[in-house]
Design a protein around this ligand. Structure first.
Ligand code: BYC
Length: 474
């Protein structure tokens, strides 16, 4: 169980380590300052029907109730330790999992933890203005739930930095509150976390695509030989699942509403759809193309010596490492990666050890494909002849072997000029964005009411009805 009587709720017996406790209590007001500045805009007095973790056990960890977000009990929760856990891959395979940071891997581990930690406040910053245009109280509550949990994920990484990395760790923890998403001088570390999330379609796409990168990266880190990192990521994953649910159902509900309105109005020509106040399917496809391609970049270069070193040294594993049936050392194995040579995309085999980013990206793509087919079913059920497709892996990429090449949706290598001509057939144009935002010009918060452009969800939160007061504005 989690101890909520302390200033910082935790299940790591924080009270026994006074120095650490004081350091974190010193960071806490800085975190609150950041939340007041960069957390959801004008929300500090709202009472929100949120779930809070009460136990790290898989059953019954959540408790629901009204909370003012600045009073949310952010804290430090690790999955319980398995005394028999070992390092399961790389050159240290078979050793007892490390309870402390091995000296030689200190700076590498710190960098990975900082990169992970940096994404959490970044996403809160990206989403901070969306409350003003929410499509319902249900959706407003959901975005706030995501935001407070991302805040907690930041706490999770900051705990590791303070507990295991001394003074450098404390400095990194401060920098995590100083960088800002999209800031020209002090941006967030990874590309996608500096993009704007200007509207709710973008928010749902982000939670479907980008939070799922979170899932796969956390799964890889949950295999780490550094046990405290593995245990904290395991607990974070339970929260991540809900964020992806919000994304998948959010987009699905938008598609459903569009299809309903098209059928009601017997629309034949797609260009008539926007006039009906819903988002046309080609615009949804262009948003999908954008969020997918930007998220693919988050896996890093296709061939990466960093990734090989993380693996060899037992710091970051593969997705479901312990379920894979091989030597877990990868000294001989090969893996295919794509490359652009002479205007053509070709595949070549490279040492699997160097292709671990690509492998994780491929695992991710498989899961994305099933999600897209669930969205497609909504369109098929309505009998509308439209196919959602995933762009080619090389489309609109800025990191890895495809960076610097102009690849079409179908995977044709084009001249930059030819690509530019098609850009706004493939990616959201300023006009698309202006249109989507025009539908979301104000918030919808009457009990049980939903904006015209989105269908209600199948059920409410925690078995509450859809007309439940999920947020009290005071
Ligand atoms: N943008 O060998 P390379 C989440 C840098 S999302 C900018 O290709 P490596 C969440 C890279 O840092 C999950 N820079 O890459 C979701 C390196 O720079 P340095 C976040 C990039 O190191 C939603 C250089 O390029 N967690 O949790 O193998 C809401 C060459 O590196 C990018 C993690 O990412 C980019 N896209 O892998 C809230 C896990 N890609 O160090 C939360 C931790 C690469 O040479 N991070 N670079 O200066 C990692 O494991 C690795 O850092 C990466 C990159 C997989 C990101």
């Amino acid at each position: 169980m989690i101890n909520y009587t302390e200033k910082i709720p935790n299940n790591v017996d924080l009270g026994r380590d006074r120095v650490l406790q004081r350091a974190l209590e010193h960071w806490q007001p800085a975190y609150m300052g950041w939340w007041y500045d960069m957390g959801p805009n004008e929300s500090h007095n709202y009472e929100v029907y949120l779930r809070t973790a009460i136990s790290v056990e898989p059953d019954g960890w959540a408790q629901f109730g009204y909370v003012k977000m600045p009073e949310y009990r952010w804290g430090i929760f690790l999955q319980p330790r398995d005394e028999k856990r070992e390092v399961n891959f790389g050159i240290h395979k078979g050793q007892a999992a490390w309870q402390d940071v091995p000296g030689e891997y200190r700076s590498t581990l710190r960098r990975v933890i900082v990169t992970q930690g940096d994404t959490e406040p970044a996403s809160v910053e990206q989403q901070r203005m969306l409350g003003a245009s929410c499509p319902s109280m249900y959706d407003l509550r959901n975005i706030f739930q995501v935001n407070v949990e991302e805040g907690r994920h930041l706490w999770a990484m900051v705990y590791l930095l303070h507990r295991y990395f001394g003074r450098d760790g404390r400095e990194e923890a401060e920098s995590l509150l100083a960088r800002r998403s999209g800031d020209a001088d002090n941006p967030r570390i990874l590309g996608a976390f500096n993009e704007a999330t200007p509207d709710w379609l973008a928010f749902y796409m982000f939670t479907f695509f980008t939070d799922r990168d979170g899932k796969f990266q956390l799964c890889a880190l949950a295999e780490s030989g550094f046990d405290p990192l593995a245990r904290t990521c395991r607990f974070m994953l339970t929260e991540e699942a809900h964020h992806m649910f919000i994304g998948e159902t959010g987009v699905s509900r938008i598609i459903q509403r569009t299809c309903e309105v098209m059928k009601e109005n017997k629309v034949e020509d797609r260009s008539d759809v926007p006039a009906l106040g819903v988002i046309d399917l080609p615009t949804i496809q262009r948003y999908l193309n954008f969020h997918y391609s930007v998220t693919l970049d988050l896996y890093g270069s296709d061939v990466s010596s960093n990734a090989a070193n993380y693996y060899t040294n037992g710091l970051k594993g593969r997705f479901e490492e312990t379920k894979i049936n091989d030597d877990h050392v990868l000294s001989e194995a090969l893996y295919p990666v794509s490359e652009v040579i002479g205007g053509k995309i070709v595949q070549k085999q490279v040492p699997a050890l160097t292709a671990l980013n690509e492998r994780l990206r491929d695992d991710y793509i498989r899961e994305i494909e099933s999600g897209i087919s669930r969205w497609q079913r909504v369109i098929d059920k309505a009998g509308i002849p439209f196919r959602l497709t995933l762009p080619h892996k090389g489309f609109h990429r800025a990191i890895g072997n495809f960076a610097g090449h102009s690849v079409s949706l179908e995977g044709e290598v084009l001249s930059e000029e030819a690509w530019k001509k098609q850009e706004y057939r493939w990616l959201p144009s300023p006009r698309d964005q202006a249109f989507v935002q025009s539908l979301m010009s104000g918030r919808v918060v009457e009990l049980g009411k939903f904006a015209n452009w989105i269908a209600p969800p199948a059920r409410g939160i925690n078995n509450q009805p859809l007309n439940f007061e999920y947020v009290r504005f005071n």
